[in-house]
Design a protein around this ligand. Structure first.
Ligand code: ADP
Ligand code: MG
Length: 675
């Protein structure tokens, strides 16, 4: 039995409470059991008052010494004060505004107090402790995420009732053999231990079981889906021309690039449509891999489409591909939102007639009117900028089309699996040779003039540079300049002898491309910009970047930004400027100065921010409860994957495991509605 009884049928929960619980995602008994505590308070073994040290979070069992004194503070808050004591010392209790809590403090009564101990004038005190009678609550208590009228105490009571009312009916979706092999608690035990642990060790065991369960079901679902997604296609390439393309290049592909090319080229001859993620850190050379594949398509008489998230990027890809394909006869065409209606008609015609082999563009590629002649390969660059539906729309332009999505988001292979498990994955885990590592420094505004001089020195040597400002409206914040204000400031003063350009998101597409073109051609030496340059821009002659108010950028964003320099054979420098001295900022920026490894940065980012919005997961609509644990413990994912493989080998459709099957289906319908 799936415990899908609606929450309103739980004893003591009415319509109104049920509504509030539903808002927390607690719709039925099963969801309530899986609403894990976010923390625990150990009330099981009270300590002596004399043993409590400053800032200890602890439980104390003590007797109320006398009547509660109350008075009104200047701020209007009601303050209740009383001393409590045990055999070792006394403790001062302070309660604000809560007369219900104060009413529990009956003189002579022994109670449990849980809270943080501080010391004031040499005397221990506890501010607004939780209070309970000895006996009933004397255990490790769960603390739940609360919301509005629903308190942690209320949820605790609901879970307790639910275990009494429904606990006996808990059946385990994980088959017994799997549990035995991986030493996992039964679901019934785990529900009890995660909410009301008999010890913290048992709680961790329960948690491990839930992580395993989540990953196991995810892996099962992904594997089943991947097999049934395998569609046969009539787009089969007779000859692989990627080698011919590579031999025309001015450089040698890295080993990783060569491997990724051959993995994809293998799919083209297989008779099954490719569904592949190409992942590679910024600057790893994904474009060239895509180009090799598109070249082979063209040589076999098929068209390819490559969709980029911004006009700048689409234009740049167009230029790159034109120069890659040279005079091979492979015709590249660009289509973006800024083409006029007349241009569009002509471009549509080129595409429909099959005269264009490779079509590069923005979202304009997925407009209704556009028809392809023989689309064989659909590529999405910087996939995290697109929604699932936009990618699907490109795919639907042709039946059986091969699909490649490219991403620079460095995520660990194991996590990539679980997010993109329905895709095959190729990873470029090697940068082209000869790259000189980017040097990164952190400075404050007192030496900004020196940073400017350093930039000028590079411009004088014929190099180019960026100054990046955070996204703010003009005058929005003290001391934070918008890109435009910054530009105005330096163009007539510090950099008046240089050719400076401005690029920001509010400019018209045509203005943006014209600025980018000038920068690419070297007509602009220094580009003042917002994060619009973040994605994919490639100007190898740009070797210096100054990032203003660096504390306002996410770590992954800083990494992407920094990837705009260090792309050529010159030594590059990135300067992070911030006057923010907070511990958080210092920690984050020192990650940037100590490594250029995108994978490591992503991992540190995750640690510093906690689970939250790990980008790439939220947009996919799937947010595992325990992403953190998963990243910290990849072994458990490997185990879950192995267990899933084994089970599917013996029973591909999970017919013998109806409960497991329905949980997997439920999980996937949640993922699908969310994305
Ligand atoms: P990204 O993976 O960030 O999209 P790009 O495809 O823009 O990276 O490549 C970055 C730069 O490296 C480009 O200038 C490209 O021409 C160059 N490049 C790519 N592969 C190689 C290689 N094997 N050897 C030398 N340079 C390369
Ligand atoms: Mg790129």
């Amino acid at each position: 039995m799936l415990l899908d009884t609606q929450i309103k049928f739980l004893k003591g929960v009415g319509e109104k409470r049920a509504e509030q619980l539903r808002a927390l995602g607690v719709t039925n008994i099963n969801a309530l059991f899986h609403f894990y505590p976010r923390a625990y308070e150990d009330w099981s073994s009270p300590i002596h008052i004399a043993g409590a040290e400053w800032q200890d979070q602890c439980c104390i069992k003590a007797t109320v010494a006398g009547a509660v004194k109350k008075h009104k503070a200047k701020s209007g808050i009601m303050v209740f004060e009383v001393d409590v004591f045990d055999s070792t010392a006394s403790l001062h209790i302070l309660i604000f505004n809560n007369k219900f809590a104060a009413a529990k403090l009956v003189p002579g009564k022994e109670l449990l107090f849980f809270g943080q101990v501080t010391i004031n004038n040499g005397k221990r005190q506890m501010l607004t402790p939780s209070i309970a009678e000895p006996g009933t609550k004397q255990r490790i208590r769960p603390i739940y995420r609360r919301s509005g009228a629903i308190t942690s105490n209320y949820i605790e009571k609901c879970v307790e009732t639910a275990i009494n009312q429904f606990g006996a009916g808990i059946e385990d979706p994980i088959p017994y053999d799997v549990r035995a092999e991986y030493n996992l608690m039964s679901l019934k035990e785990a529900v009890q231990e995660i909410h009301f642990p008999s010890s913290m060790e048992r709680m961790y065991d329960a948690r491990r079981r839930f992580i395993f369960e989540e990953l196991f079901e995810l892996q099962l679902g992904l594997k089943i889906r991947k097999c049934s997604n395998k569609v046969s296609t009539s787009i089969v390439l007779g000859t692989d021309y990627t080698g011919e393309f590579v031999s025309m290049l001015p450089f040698k592909p890295t080993g990783a690039q060569a491997r990724c090319i051959s993995e994809a080229a293998g799919d083209f001859g297989s008779g099954f449509a490719m569904n592949r993620l190409l992942q590679g850190d910024v600057g790893s050379g994904k474009t060239m891999v895509a180009a090799a594949l598109m070249y082979s398509m063209a040589r076999n008489g098929y068209q390819s489409a490559m969709m980029a998230p911004t006009e700048i990027l689409a234009r740049q890809h167009y230029e790159t591909l034109v120069s890659f394909f040279g005079d091979t006869g492979v015709k590249v065409i660009a289509l973006t939102g800024s083409n006029t209606a007349a241009e569009k008609r002509e471009i549509y015609d080129e595409i429909k007639s099959g005269r264009a082999d490779v079509i590069v563009g923005t979202h304009a590629l997925i407009t209704e009117g556009l028809e392809f002649h023989s689309l064989g390969l659909a590529i999405t660059d910087e996939q995290h900028r697109f929604g699932v539906r936009q990618r699907a729309a490109l795919q639907e332009k042709s039946a059986g089309v091969h699909v490649l999505v490219m991403s620079a988001t460095p995520i660990p292979r194991t996590l990539a699996w679980s997010i993109y498990g329905d895709l095959d994955i190729s990873i470029i885990d090697e940068l082209p040779k000869g790259r000189i590592p980017i040097e990164t420094y952190k400075i404050d505004s007192s030496i900004r003039p020196r940073a400017w001089n350093y930039i000028k020195k590079h411009l004088d040597e014929g190099r180019q540079g960026y100054i990046v400002c955070p996204l703010v409206d003009e005058g929005e914040l003290d001391g934070v300049l918008s890109a435009k204000e910054y530009y105005d400031l330096i163009v007539s003063d510090a950099f008046k002898d240089y050719r400076v350009g401005l690029l920001h998101g509010q400019m018209k597409p045509a203005e943006k491309s014209s600025v980018m073109e000038k920068f690419q051609l070297g007509e602009i030496q220094l580009l003042v910009s917002t994060v619009v340059i973040e994605v994919g821009v490639d100007v190898p002659n740009a070797v210096i970047m100054l990032i203003e108010n660096a504390e306002r950028f996410g770590l992954s964003q800083l990494h992407q930004l920094r990837g705009r320099v260090g792309r050529g054979s010159h030594k590059s420098t990135c300067i992070l400027l911030s006057d923010n001295l907070s511990e958080q900022t210092t920690a984050r920026l020192s990650v940037m100065t100590s490594t250029t490894d995108g994978f490591l940065i992503a991992q540190r980012d995750l640690e510093l921010r906690g689970t939250g919005d790990f980008y790439g997961t939220r947009q996919h609509g799937f947010q595992p409860v325990y992403v953190n644990d998963m990243i910290g413990n990849p072994a458990i994912l490997e185990k879950a994957a192995a267990a899933a493989d084994r089970l599917l080998d013996s029973d591909y459709s999970l017919d013998a495991y109806p409960l497991l099957k329905s949980e997997v289906d439920a999980l996937f319908s949640r993922i699908e509605t969310a994305s």
